[in-house]
Design a protein around this ligand. Structure first.
Ligand SMILES: Nc1ncnc2c1ncn2[C@@H]1O[C@H](COP(=O)(O)OP(=O)(O)OP(=O)(O)O)[C@@H](O)[C@H]1O
Ligand SMILES: [Mg+2]
Length: 444
């Protein structure tokens, strides 16, 4: 994990920086936006940028966008400076951290970019078997396709393979194919040369080159556009890339891992995923069973998360009562390990006693969630108004409302929202683009 700090931040970040460095995060500091861009173009990479509002935040975000560099930006500035906060958010910053920063706030933000590198918890024989196959194939150079429902631990398994591989001490780079818009994804993967498109003011190294010598994880690969699938296939076959706008080929030495929530064979059958690429990626397939199918993992995972979140929130140790254990074991976990983790986190925060008597964070009716399997953590959507209010509204209007409400419920996570809506992420993206155009044409 890499954090890039831009600007002085009046020394406020040095404590936080020391804390995360201890946890294995690589922290880079630069004093200007120009230097930040130079470092990113050179393939030094960052998973998050923290920038002092005394630096030109809007300029950084604009230049990142025009150079198609995809890194979230968080602005930091003096506490009472509401104008700076509004300016930064308007410019596209994801968050505004008031200085001096609250340690919990910093911890929460850094936690969102940091990966838990401890070994996966596995007590159920069915998941233990998957882990032992993973450990067995890890030292090879074979591409691995990891499949499984949302929240089952695909990324956790990918990290486990990397740690057990011969490339463990080399870079491990992740690219989420669903989260990055199509035009950006190509630049993200292959990089570009100066002048490759308007805004490409300098050469930029892509993730393939950044990962060279190490491992590249293509997360949610089923969401990759067919044109890009063709380019990826060529890279896998030739083991060389060409930056966008460049004519020189560059050798890359990487091990490829990929994940998918979808059944890729079905995607191939529906002509949405290239068959030749599927076979290239699927040298080894590791299918992670859902949490429903590995019942014996529920309690060990629960105990692990209780301990983890007590520690993280500086709370005294807590224990699960028999009733709480029973509740956890009898729930079907449609959102898998991620849902279990969120439920335990909420429970730990809300429980003031040493013994967790009940899991109140569980939805009351399991039946409702059973019929709503793809929706992790969330109560089913209920429109505020009664159904009679639907009369008189157009289908496209209702569709728009459903899409926006679902997206909202998923905290803006498009991949999850698309899954719940039963549409492809591409369709979702197109719909959102349309809504944006509608608003823009109304505004002016
Ligand atoms: N075996 C495990 N041991 C410990 N933690 C786990 C395990 N499996 C999953 N987790 C935790 O559950 C959460 C979800 O895991 P992960 O992100 O790997 O799932 P995923 O299958 O990639 O989900 P998605 O399909 O939504 O991308 C993470 O916070 C991860 O740390
Ligand atoms: Mg994932």
């Amino acid at each position: 994990m890499r954090l890039l700090i831009v600007g002085p931040l009046n020394g406020h970040m040095s404590f936080a920086a020391r804390l995360v460095i201890k946890k294995g995060v690589r922290v880079g500091t630069v004093d200007t936006v120009d230097k930040a861009l130079q470092s990113l173009r050179a393939g030094q990479g960052a998973d998050l940028i923290l920038i002092d509002v005394c630096c030109p935040v809007a300029d950084l975000i604009e230049r990142l966008q025009s150079e198609r560099i995809n890194v979230p930006v968080i602005a930091c500035g003096e506490k009472g400076d509401a104008q700076a906060a509004v300016r930064s958010i308007k410019a596209g910053a994801k968050e505004y951290i008031p200085l001096p920063p609250e340690p919990e706030f910093i911890a929460a933000i850094l936690e969102s970019i940091m990966q838990d590198d401890s070994a996966p918890i596995a007590k159920d024989p069915i998941f233990k078997k998957v882990l032992s196959v993973a450990a067995h194939i890890a030292p090879s150079e074979a591409s691995v396709l990891i499949t499984g429902e949302s929240g089952t631990g695909k990324e956790v398994l990918a990290r486990y393979i990397q740690k057990k591989s011969r490339r463990a001490t080399h870079p491990f780079i992740t690219v989420n194919c669903a989260a990055i818009p199509e035009t950006l994804l190509e630049s993200e993967l292959f990089g570009h040369e100066k002048g490759a498109f308007t805004g490409a003011v300098a050469r930029r190294i892509g993730k393939f080159e950044e990962a060279s010598g190490g491992t590249l994880l293509l997360d949610e690969i089923s969401e990759m556009h067919p044109a890009l699938q063709a380019k990826l296939l060529r890279v896998i076959q030739e083991r060389e890339i060409c930056r966008i706008g460049g004519n020189q080929t560059i050798k890359v030495d990487i091990r490829l891992l990929a994940t998918s929530n979808r059944d890729l064979k079905e995607e191939v059958a529906q002509h949405r995923f290239r068959e030749d690429l599927f076979y290239r990626l699927n040298v080894v397939n590791l299918e992670i069973p859902s949490l429903r199918e590995r019942h014996e993992d529920v309690l060990p995972l629960s105990e692990y998360f209780v301990e983890k979140y007590c520690k993280l929130n500086a709370l005294n140790k807590k224990k699960l009562s028999d009733q709480a254990r029973f509740q956890l074991q009898s729930y079907p976990w449609p959102g898998n390990v991620r849902e279990l983790e969120n439920v335990i986190h909420r429970t730990v925060l809300l429980c003031e006693e040493e013994i967790i008597e009940r899991i109140d964070a569980l939805p009351e009716s399991h039946a409702t969630l059973e019929s709503n399997k793809s929706m992790p953590n969330k109560d089913p959507i209920v429109f505020q108004n009664g159904s009679y209010d639907l009369v008189g509204r157009s289908i496209s209007d209702m569709e728009k409302e459903l899409i926006l409400v679902t997206l909202d419920q998923c905290f803006g996570n498009r991949a999850h929202a698309a899954r719940i809506l039963g549409i492809s992420i591409r369709t979702l993206r197109n719909k959102l683009r349309l809504y944006k155009q509608e608003i823009e044409s109304r505004v002016g």
